[in-house]
Design a protein around this ligand. Sequence first.
Ligand SMILES: Nc1nc2c(c(=O)[nH]1)N[C@H]1C(S)=C(S)[C@@H](COP(=O)(O)OP(=O)(O)OC[C@H]3O[C@@H](n4cnc5c(=O)[nH]c(N)nc54)[C@H](O)[C@@H]3O)O[C@H]1N2
Ligand SMILES: Nc1nc2c(c(=O)[nH]1)N[C@H]1C(S)=C(S)[C@@H](COP(=O)(O)OP(=O)(O)OC[C@H]3O[C@@H](n4cnc5c(=O)[nH]c(N)nc54)[C@H](O)[C@@H]3O)O[C@H]1N2
Ligand SMILES: [Mo]
Length: 767
Amino acid sequence: MHEADKPAPHSATEQDADTPFNQHPSGGWGSLRGVARIFGKVEGGTVAAKILSQLNKPGGVMCSSCAWAKPAKPATFEFCENGAKATLWELDANRAGAAFFNQHSVTELKTWTDHQLGRAGRLSEPLRYDPQTDRYQPVDWDTAFAEIGQELAALEPKQAVFYASGHAGLEASYLYALFARAMGHQNLPQSSNMCHETTSVNLKSFIGTPVGTCTLEDFDHCDTIFFFGQNTGSNSPRFLHVLKAAVERGCRIVTFNPVRESGLIEFVDPQNIAQMTIGRPTQISEKYYQVRPGGDVAVLAGLMKCVLAAEEAAPGEVIDHEFIAQHTKDYEELKAALKAATWAELETHSGLTRAMIEEAADIYLSAKNAIGIYGMGLTQHVNGWLNLGMFCNLLMMRGNIGRLGAGISPVRGHSNVQGQRTVGVGEKSAHMPADKLRELFGIDPPTEEGMNAVHACEGILDGRVKAMISLGGNLLRALPDRERMEAAWPTMRLTVHIATKPNRSLLCPGEVSYILPCLGRTDIDLQGGQRQAVSIEDTFSHIYGSIGSAEPPSDSVLSEVAIVARMAKATLPANPKLRWDDWIANYDLIRDLIEATFPEDFADFNARLTQPGGFYRGNPARDRVWKTESGKAQFTAPPTLSALGQAPEGERQMTLITLRSNDQFNTTVYGYSDRLRGLEGDRGIVLINRGEIARLGLHEGQKVTLRCAVNDGVDRAVSGLTVTPYDLPPGTIAGYYPELNPLVPLGYHEKNSQTPAYKGTPVEVIA
Ligand SMILES: Nc1nc2c(c(=O)[nH]1)N[C@H]1C(S)=C(S)[C@@H](COP(=O)(O)OP(=O)(O)OC[C@H]3O[C@@H](n4cnc5c(=O)[nH]c(N)nc54)[C@H](O)[C@@H]3O)O[C@H]1N2
Ligand SMILES: Nc1nc2c(c(=O)[nH]1)N[C@H]1C(S)=C(S)[C@@H](COP(=O)(O)OP(=O)(O)OC[C@H]3O[C@@H](n4cnc5c(=O)[nH]c(N)nc54)[C@H](O)[C@@H]3O)O[C@H]1N2
Ligand SMILES: [Mo]
């Protein structure tokens, strides 16, 4: 590991003097301009304005961007810059239909950027790939479903994989999960497999719940919030309003992140005229520590050492012994491991000084109620499980889980990513109760565990997987090890994309390949003469109905529910209990089935669909009921003090973190302005701090190659990246997702959940 050449700045206002950095607080006029830049390109402005004004409000559309809560008492505009971009991106007046695909061959489209492909517009008719002409050509829906059904029915069930990106509503997702199991497999990978699967698997084993324990209400009662690796300003901007309110009533925020993300530094509320014109920005983080990637385990260990030291100084006043005795297991093992960890080790791994960690610990100790927030900075590491275990440890030592104003709160990604898992999209039998499937539909579900995203990729590489159905998403672009995956993808017999817009995953067709265009959440979904609502679950386990009000892109676009149901009907033998046509005609019936299958979560589902603030499906850990193996909350003794699977070695290796810009939603690239980081115009960049640039003998603007340093016999490199000085800890290198995905090995992933280690890949910098 590299020696720190100097300690990182540690207060929110300190900044490396000579590296580019956004000089403006997040929010403010910049966020309005960010929207206007894309809004200007969209026709149908009045419909768009109406949808935006109703966004995230009861009876309106629930934003298709992130999974943040939709409060019961919404603001006048309950949307953010990026929510507006996502909405307007979907309301695109351009059409990518038969004419578009006739004009451009697949080989040609492969040379387009992600941005250009998205700008081609909404997919507007079903298409089938023709290898002769290398083009997607129009096909009618009946033919499409008949052929897809025939192809799927001809396979061994487990040769098929049904991927879902966390976007489709609960109704389509439930039918999808049912379809897979009725067919005889549970190969149901989901976008969360690349994201918060670390949470789903490991929080479950530590505290018995696969999801966070907080609700919005907790943010009115907490005294401190500890932030690890979540970029609020870009990825869940409405959260900034909640943070601002918390700070204004005295809550203290401490952030650990290798990058100084401006949303967590300062915020100007774009809806507050006074603050916009004459006011001062709200300082969000009181302390901001630029931890090294993977250094959070060491930080958390240090914080806990401080808790132990404080308890020694004032026995009985610091640690919640009652909570520990009554609710937890293995505290003594943790204590012993913490005692054994030396400050020297903790400083090396974290890149922070003991004094910095002690300073942060003082804030934690001063708080009665603490909330822990985290995102991809903790989950996308080989030892992501340990990051979460250590975070739970820290909170549990002072009883900060399972009471008002406290808890652990992962910020989920896609708008319905959590909900899809709740209604059965997942590879395990536990995701959908077998007895209910027998009772409701007379089907005997498979017992063999299915494939998650990494397992599905392995299956594609070794030929076990023959068909890939994608309910949304851009899997091939989002996955690790892209070059290997792109080469293997076309060997599949069948690829089907249910999508709203073209993307690169459509450009690697299998032998038989379809694009099935679907309605987006903003579109009117008319079935049986009635406008249908769909529903989603947010990051706090609240469920909301969403009703579209824009004209669909064409008459030849079907709803996701209809597409899934008609594929299922064409694939499966007739079964009078599988009433696909009735379900397509009335989504209330599907919600009744969801309620019947998951009665604890969805009581009175239809009646509560438009309840302001959503309805809460509850969380046992919030009530200190621990659904773990032991029936207790589990402390974790750290076997190592770093989250990295492989630390960088030698002079030229660095740890790569892949980032999202403020102008993208995952693989959808709206534009080239990473405004909040002060970076503009180019995504082919690699960020390194000035000291490291000099140490490596590089210079600003130089083109370099990154080569993956995980030695598994495969050569992985990305070239032509422009060296850009940026304020980062030493030994750290950053660049954009998805451009850098070829560098991350498929096998380099979180230990228990196989979430790819997109934030901790060792790479070599080659001039
Ligand atoms: N506008 C917009 N909104 C989005 C998305 C989007 O692409 N655009 N994506 C959605 C999705 S699917 C998801 S999952 C979420 C993702 O939202 P986040 O969880 O915020 O994920 P990232 O932006 O990938 O990275 C989060 C932060 O982790 C930091 N980080 C990297 N490595 C480490 C580390 O080792 N330790 C610590 N402490 N921090 C680290 C990075 O600097 C970054 O600030 O956002 C959702 N919302
Ligand atoms: N290097 C690196 N890789 C990463 C990450 C990282 O941080 N670093 N993050 C990972 C994470 S957290 C995630 S969640 C994954 C994301 O992986 P995915 O969820 O697979 O990717 P998205 O880019 O969100 O998918 C965008 C596509 O969804 C389709 N779409 C949009 N709206 C709809 C709709 O309403 N219905 C349907 N059917 N389709 C729609 C459009 O065609 C669009 O092109 O990427 C992962 N990959
Ligand atoms: Mo995600």
